[in-house]
Design a protein around this ligand. Structure first.
Ligand code: BES
Ligand code: ZN
Length: 588
């Protein structure tokens, strides 16, 4: 039962979607049709779909005849139920429709919002429940579909999708085919002036011409990552693994759209130091895309497994120390965030009754989820745990499962083999209680301990320029900044800036932390950079804390609102819905 969808798949279920769409960058609308193939267990039952912000034009059955349809009440989170009366013989349905300005999955960019500033750009973001805003379908992660598509777009633009490329039409349309069943949130489209660079036979990167070479360099380890992942948890089952670097308003770091990860340009640090994001999105090709959370309450099954898996890939390619650094930083982020979260939001199996899936979004499903798996690994040993995971992916491939189903499988295939060890795994505590269990593994990195030593020296009064920071990597700088944040003031920030040029850094992850501290400590020299960052970057993980920090003082709030008024039209709906809440006085 998925409380975030209207559909009733037990009675009439969509199995395939065949899209035929025209991308109109002038009107900012998608127009065309979808043909849905149906599996009907109850011939008396109507077909119930999800639709939000769509203009439905006509609905026809298998024989081409019109069918009666009706849109139910429009829930602000879920949209409407689109109920269609089927004829006895209908095995498919054609819906002609167009998207509207309320189609929140879509972001239409004017040329000046792109890197090259020469052409418009469109991308979609389906997870968690936004696919229904550009395709009427059964938008539940428990309902898997295959799809194919024909997409026409203005001359000079290239369309790419989360699918295999299936050639061009004589009229220039792009064709795609996804023949493995995927949850609807993974149907994705991007369209813009983009170019491709090959990384390996099965990997490559798409980006705007001025970005594509930098992206190609940054993602040079991608094929190695795929091989490392395969060696751990079995064959990569999606054919190609490509990435596309989107314009900076992309609301996430990355999105694991099958065959084609969508990525933010903020990951392009120039030194591959932020590529754990690629490891993460790639890992979703197993955890998430192959085995999917059946409902959004089970989201930790997607993200917790993926963070765990990401760490294993990073360890294989960049060594145990790099993996420990990232794990220690992740744990610190979790503990910092957990202090602000209500107890009901600190659990892995989360109750989302009456709420949007996004309300469960935090470090909890990610980091606490990964720590849970790491704890089991620690107890049972890597050999046994890896064999367990491998068979978990194989036996649930192309299925969507709940936490209860995972627990049943865990008990049967692993816990039952060693009673003494199993007794040490407190499933209830890990899955259903708030906070972090006392047996959570705590990564300790030597490189970060070295940073702690320099922090002590700095606190004892040593000049920043005299600290031993040679050869520090991004993760050490992040740890450094978080470690001194509380002790900084505007004057000491100026000294640090003089020594290390933080305000000018080309690394957005470091910049984000620096800017957050600058707001909190009233360091005005970063104001200009802050404003240009807020005006261009749309990544929610960066913007939400920055706006929240600004909103803490009356003057800051004024300034934030003035920037937001100008920046808001440049953000994706995922980001504006979170930032709107800050100014509405609500906090998630
Ligand atoms: N699947 C998520 C993004 C997502 C989550 C979209 C929930 C919509 C709803 C993606 O895999 C992700 O976790 N991205 C992270 C980066 C990662 C390195 C932790 C992000 O965007 O920051
Ligand atoms: Zn993820």
């Amino acid at each position: 039962m998925d409380i975030h969808s209207h559909c009733e798949p037990d009675r009439a279920c969509v199995t395939h979607a065949s899209l035929d769409l025209e991308v109109d960058t002038g009107k900012k609308e998608l127009r065309g049709s979808v043909v849905l193939s149906l599996l009907r267990t109850d011939r008396e039952a109507p077909l119930v779909l999800d639709a939000k912000g769509l203009a439905i034009e006509s609905v026809t059955g298998s024989d081409g005849g019109v069918r009666l349809w009706q849109l139910g009440p429009d829930d602000p989170n879920l949209g409407s139920a689109l109920t269609v009366e089927l004829a006895w013989a209908d095995t498919s349905l054609r819906i002609a429709y167009r998207t509207t300005a309320r189609s929140e999955a879509l972001q239409w960019l004017d040329p000046d919002q792109t890197a090259d500033r020469s052409a418009p750009f469109l991308f979609t973001q389906g997870e968690s429940i936004l696919t229904r805003t550009w395709i009427p379908l059964q938008d539940s992660p428990g309902v898997r579909i295959t799809y194919d598509a024909r997409v026409r777009c203005p001359g000079g633009l290239t369309a790419v999708m989360s699918a295999e490329q299936a050639g061009r039409d004589p009229d220039g349309g792009f064709r795609f085919r996804m023949d493995r069943p995927i949850p609807p949130y993974l149907v994705a489209l991007a369209c813009g002036k983009i170019e491709f660079r090959r990384i390996s036979d099965r990997c490559g990167v798409w980006a705007e011409p001025s970005v594509v070479d930098r992206a190609h360099e940054e993602f040079g380890d991608t094929e190695k990552m795929v091989q490392a992942a395969e060696a751990l948890f079995g064959p990569y089952r999606w054919g190609r693994y490509d990435l596309i670097v989107l314009p900076p308003s992309f609301p996430f770091g990355g999105m694991e759209n099958p065959c084609l990860t969508f990525a933010t340009p903020t990951v392009l640090a120039g030194d591959r130091s932020l590529v754990s994001l690629v490891a993460h999105e790639l890992a979703h090709s197993w955890s998430g895309n192959l085995v999917t959370n059946a409902t959004w309450s089970d989201f930790w099954l997607n993200e917790g497994f993926t963070v765990y898996f990401e760490g294993r890939i990073m360890e294989k390619i960049y060594g145990a120390e790099r993996a420990r650094m990232e794990a220690q930083i992740g744990l610190a982020d979790l503990e910092r965030e957990m202090k602000e979260l209500a107890p009901r939001d600190q659990v892995l199996r989360i109750d989302l009754g009456g709420r949007h899936p996004d309300d469960g979004f935090s470090e909890v499903p990610y980091v606490k989820g990964a720590l849970f798996l790491q704890r089991i690994e620690e107890l049972f040993g890597r050999g046994r745990f890896d064999r367990f995971l491998r068979s978990y992916f194989d036996s649930h491939a192309f299925k969507s499962i709940t936490t209860a189903q995972f627990v049943e499988y865990l008990r049967k295939e692993l816990l039952s083999q060693d009673r003494a060890l199993a007794a040490q795994v407190d499933l209830h505590l890990w899955l259903d209680e708030p906070g972090l269990p006392p047996d959570a593994p705590r990564a300790q990195s030597k490189a970060l301990a070295e940073v702690d030593r320099q922090i002590e020296k700095w606190k004892a009064g040593k000049d920043p320029a005299g600290l031993d920071t040679r050869e520090w990597v991004t993760q050490q700088w992040l740890h450094f900044l978080e470690g001194i944040a509380e002790s900084l003031d505007s004057a000491s920030m100026a000294k640090l800036d003089e020594a290390f040029r933080f305000t000018q850094t080309g690394n957005d992850e470091i910049l984000d932390v620096w800017l957050r501290i600058a707001i909190a400590r009233g360091y005005a020299a970063a104001d200009e950079r802050l404003e240009s960052f807020l005006m261009t970057v749309g990544r929610r993980k960066y913007l939400e804390p920055l706006y929240k920090e600004l909103a803490k003082t009356e003057a800051g709030k004024q300034r934030a609102q003035s920037i937001y008024a100008r920046a808001r039209p440049r953000y994706h709906a995922v980001t504006t819905s979170s930032i709107d809440e800050i100014f509405a006085g609500k906090q998630r």
